[in-house]
Design a protein around this ligand. Structure first.
Ligand code: GLU
Length: 264
């Protein structure tokens, strides 16, 4: 049984491949549709917390860079530019439906520090109580990989956010329909998997590594997120973000994407 219709507090993770074109520029149609459907779910009484990527991708697109920068100081600068653009767009688009959004930026150090982490939880609880949608991203300008300060990808971050914010469901919107028995981009016989009751070595084996040129994660980071979420007692769904209307079907318990069932 899926029981998605019962879920109240939902963390929705949007990847760069969902939000932006391959050029790194905003996918306006996709974002417009996503914001409309998410606003509607919010209006229907669901508590939404978003984890959105796109800072580095949109920053690179804004500066006309052909790909995500590798040099640390450039990446920091690009993330600072793109995060601003990202929140500007969300604020503007959600305002059309009178939905207020708020930005929260996290680092690994914040999550690891009990006092800072408690502040994060309080902020989320307060914002959600006010009917606001918090939009979380990693603080890519401050969290630096070389110093091992970085989480580095938002699939795992979204699972941590789901755990810390007491979510009932983690919903990862991606550029793939769900988990398959093999990589559907290379194997036409690959079959979709509707429910994963347990993350076995076979399940880990079918999750390939590659992401897109602008996104960071592939299926393997999603499996890692699924482990964090299901161990924390939270169901997780991976589905395609291409057609936001399908979110309505998901919340009517139709068979969309892959659900990873919580362990307890
Ligand atoms: N935090 C990164 C960004 O906003 C994204 C990490 C990811 O793609 O998972 O660009």
């Amino acid at each position: 049984m899926r029981n998605i219709s019962d879920k109240k507090r939902i963390v929705i993770k949007l990847g760069t491949s969902t939000l932006a074109h391959k050029t790194g520029k905003l996918n306006i149609r996709r974002m417009t549709n996503l914001v409309r459907v998410i606003s509607d779910l919010h209006n229907a009484g669901r508590e939404i917390i978003m984890v959105s990527s796109g800072a580095v991708g949109l920053g690179a697109g804004k500066l006309g860079l052909p790909e995500k920068p590798k040099q640390t100081n450039i990446k920091q600068a690009v993330a600072a530019i793109g995060q601003c653009e990202l929140m500007h767009v969300y604020d503007d688009m959600f305002a059309k439906y009178s939905v207020t959004v708020a930005q929260i930026l996290l680092t690994k150090a914040i999550i690891d520090n009990p006092n800072h982490c408690a502040n994060f939880k309080t902020a989320v609880e307060t914002l959600v109580g006010m009917g606001v949608i918090p939009i979380v991203n990693e603080n890519d300008t401050i969290a630096i990989d070389e110093l091992e300060l970085e989480i580095g990808e938002n699939d795992s971050l979204s699972a941590l956010v789901a755990e810390l914010s007491g979510a009932d469901l983690l919903l990862i919107l991606s550029d793939i329909d769900g988990l398959y028995t093999d990589d559907p981009r290379t194997n036409p016989d690959a079959e979709p998997i509707s429910i994963v009751e347990e993350i076995t070595p076979e399940i880990e084996g079918v999750a390939g590594g590659a992401g897109t040129s602008l996104g960071t994660g592939g299926m393997s980071t999603k499996i890692n997120a699924a482990k964090i979420a299901t161990e924390a007692g939270i169901d997780m769904v991976i589905m395609n973000g291409r057609d936001p209307e399908k979110l309505y079907d998901l919340f009517e318990d139709k068979e969309i994407g892959t659900i990873f069932k919580a362990k307890k």
